[in-house]
Design a protein around this ligand. Structure first.
Ligand SMILES: Nc1ncnc2c1ncn2[C@@H]1O[C@H](COP(=O)(O)OP(=O)(O)O)[C@@H](O)[C@H]1O
Ligand SMILES: [Mg+2]
Length: 217
């Protein structure tokens, strides 16, 4: 599977939460997994350090934001937890051809505005014309609050598809606190959350090596 980058210049939208949960999902499937913490704040590394010994094992490494990384395990899934403030560029040394970008977004006016600016920067960078895939992920949604609908309307208007929705749930906060993910909790206690991941995992598993168009640059 091509490398997965969790990106959004806005902090606090769930990048580390999504990166750590994805890493645990793949590791639990016995797929060799590397989580690359590229944030100088090292939240993923802190989380990893508190991971209980009886949980599935995978690698976490820290890397500066623009240093290329190649896993030395064949067939490994590599997930990059990117820092706030990072803007992808067409000549980025870390975005390899075919990579997948997940952009989490929160239902709040401040986050929508900041993410709009980020998306404008992405459009202008020209990376969407390159050989990569990008998807939006609505995070911490609460269907009955006012900004839920505004977020959904915003997402319908942009070119990048919505690949999934994760509800606002204490399960993520508790899991994060304990070095685990919702994929490490008893399925019956996180059923709704596991259900919501299915769309995201399906989007990631689409074989984008078939009928691949050559890069445009
Ligand atoms: N779906 C969710 N439900 C509840 N809390 C969440 C969810 N996603 C993220 N959080 C919480 O939001 C805060 C910011 O998330 P984090 O993953 O650290 O964001 P980022 O890496 O983008 O700065 C954390 O306290 C995290 O536990
Ligand atoms: Mg983070």
């Amino acid at each position: 599977m091509p490398d997965i980058f969790i990106i959004n210049a806005k902090g606090g939208c769930g990048k580390t939460t999504i990166a750590t949960n994805l890493a645990c999902h793949f590791a639990n499937q016995q797929i060799p997994t590397v989580l690359v913490d590229r944030d100088p704040q090292k939240s993923a590394a802190d989380w990893f350090a508190s991971r209980p010994k009886n949980c599935t094992v995978f690698d976490l490494i820290t890397r500066p934001v623009n240093e290329p990384f190649q896993a030395d395990i064949d067939g490994a899934v590599v997930i990059h937890d990117m820092p706030a403030g990072w803007i992808p560029e067409a000549q980025s040394p870390v975005l390899a051809p075919g990579c997948q970008l997940i952009i989490p977004l929160l239902p709040s006016p401040v986050d929508i505005k900041a993410s709009l600016r980020f998306l404008m920067q992405i459009y202008r960078s020209g990376i969407l014309e390159q050989n990569l895939r990008a998807g939006m992920l609505a995070n911490r949604t609460r269907p009955h609050v006012r900004f839920h609908q505004e977020l959904m309307t915003f997402l319908q208007r942009i070119q990048i598809p919505l690949i999934g929705t994760l509800r606002d749930s204490q399960n993520y906060i508790r899991a994060m606190e304990n070095g685990i993910s919702i994929f490490d909790l008893p399925a019956r206690s996180v059923q709704k959350d596991l259900q919501q991941w299915q769309d995201i995992l399906a989007w990631l598993s689409v074989d984008n090596t078939a009928n691949k168009e050559p890069p445009k640059r």
